[in-house]
Design a protein around this ligand. Structure first.
Ligand code: ZN
Ligand code: ZN
Ligand code: ZN
Length: 367
């Protein structure tokens, strides 16, 4: 699998005229070699020459954590008194065009630029995103398993089995995080809990606000399940509940959101430009008069990273291909008052949109 992925990267490097691919911290590294680097000041870097062996340059003290795959990459542990940038430059050879991972620390890029003054620098994602954004059947199943895990939590939330009223947003967020791990995730990526007027802020930071009766509670949560091969796949779901009977006005808003989200999912077919999924959802919200309150794109790709290509946004006219997996998550946010978002992960498949979340889409009323 890793060999396949690296070979495809080399094909794209050849097409794009890239001589060497340099991957450091971030999701590219585990995707291509099964090792996830800690975000440390000590440099870890997979050096992938277009026509040569890949080498993982890694601090010697971290080397024991690497699952060695000699058929995929060689190892070059470096000692505390060595300069890892020199080692990378040695392995990169006479590279004149270098693509660097998007999440590489600027500190290392600046050092590389100093010692490779004639090199041309490209974004690593130009090489890696076209590969990562098209999932294999196995990857889709791993995303489906992660989706099913958060669906179970959403179900408990909707049945009122997760206490809300009288607890703070932060307490509920911690509870969601515990359940994300209990459901098999290796880490929690986020657990947004936004009550009442806080739900009008799409990425609200859960805080000390105590959840009361008769208000909306927006919960958006997900984590990563890491497989035996060291590669993790993410979940991401949003559901809203109401702590009491919702007022008519909120029910109307939610009905629009429900229809918009369903229309977005239905539009997510192979061959459809990504922006048309956004348009399908947005046009319903706009027609109902809420257009100004839908302040973000409709979705983002998901895989080893919680947000990756393809982005479901106006301006992205790339047609969806089988194996793309992404969120469809329209929202309506009325500042100072309330807000709602409804989010599923969906895969584009030859047989049509394949939703990876199945939790009830209705607004649940909880005591
Ligand atoms: Zn978001
Ligand atoms: Zn989300
Ligand atoms: Zn999302």
């Amino acid at each position: 699998m890793f060999t396949d992925r690296l070979n495809r990267a080399r094909e794209l490097m050849a097409e794009q005229g890239v001589d060497v691919l340099l991957l450091s911290v971030g999701a590219d590294l585990p995707y291509f070699c099964g090792y996830e680097a800690m975000p440390l000041e000590r440099l870890t870097m997979l050096v992938v020459p277009r026509d040569g062996e890949a080498t993982l340059v890694v601090p010697r003290m971290e080397a024991p954590r690497v699952a060695e795959r000699p058929d995929v990459f060689g190892m070059r542990p470096w000692d505390e008194t060595e300069d890892p940038v020199d080692i990378v430059v040695g392995l990169a050879g006479a590279a004149t065009v270098a693509a660097v991972g998007d999440h590489m620390w600027s500190r290392f890029l600046v050092e590389l630029m100093t010692v490779m003054p004639d090199a041309v620098w490209r974004r690593g994602s130009d090489v890696t995103a076209p590969i990562r954004s098209v999932k294999t059947a196995d990857e889709i199943e791993r995303l489906r398993a992660a989706g099913a895990a958060v669906d179970r939590i959403a179900g408990r939330l909707q049945r009122g089995e997760i206490g809300l009223v009288g607890r703070t947003e932060a307490e509920v967020s911690t509870e969601l995080g515990r359940q994300i791990v209990a459901e098999g995730h290796d880490r929690v990526n986020f657990a947004i809990v936004a009550a009442g007027a806080n739900a009008a802020s799409p990425h609200h930071e859960p805080g000390g606000r105590v959840i009361g009766t008769d208000e909306v509670v927006l919960c958006d949560f997900g984590g990563t399940i890491v497989g035996d091969d060291g590669v993790g796949y993410c979940s991401d779901i949003t559901r809203c509940v109401y702590t009491g009977a919702p007022p008519r006005e909120f029910n109307e808003l939610y009905e629009v959101l429900f229809e918009a989200q369903a229309a977005g999912v239905a539009a997510a077919a192979v061959g459809t430009p990504a922006q048309d999924v956004d348009r399908a959802a947005r046009s319903i919200i706009a027609a109902a008069g809420y257009g100004e309150y839908f302040v973000h794109r409709t979705g983002h790709g998901i895989g080893t990273e919680a947000h990756e290509d393809p982005y479901i946004v106006e301006g992205n006219d790339e047609p969806l291909v089988a194996g793309n997996a992404f969120s469809v998550e329209p929202g309506i946010y009325v500042p100072g008052r309330w807000g709602a978002r409804l989010e599923d992960i969906v895969a584009a498949s030859p047989t049509g949109p394949d939703p990876l979340n199945r939790a009830d889409h209705n607004l649940a009323v909880v005591a």
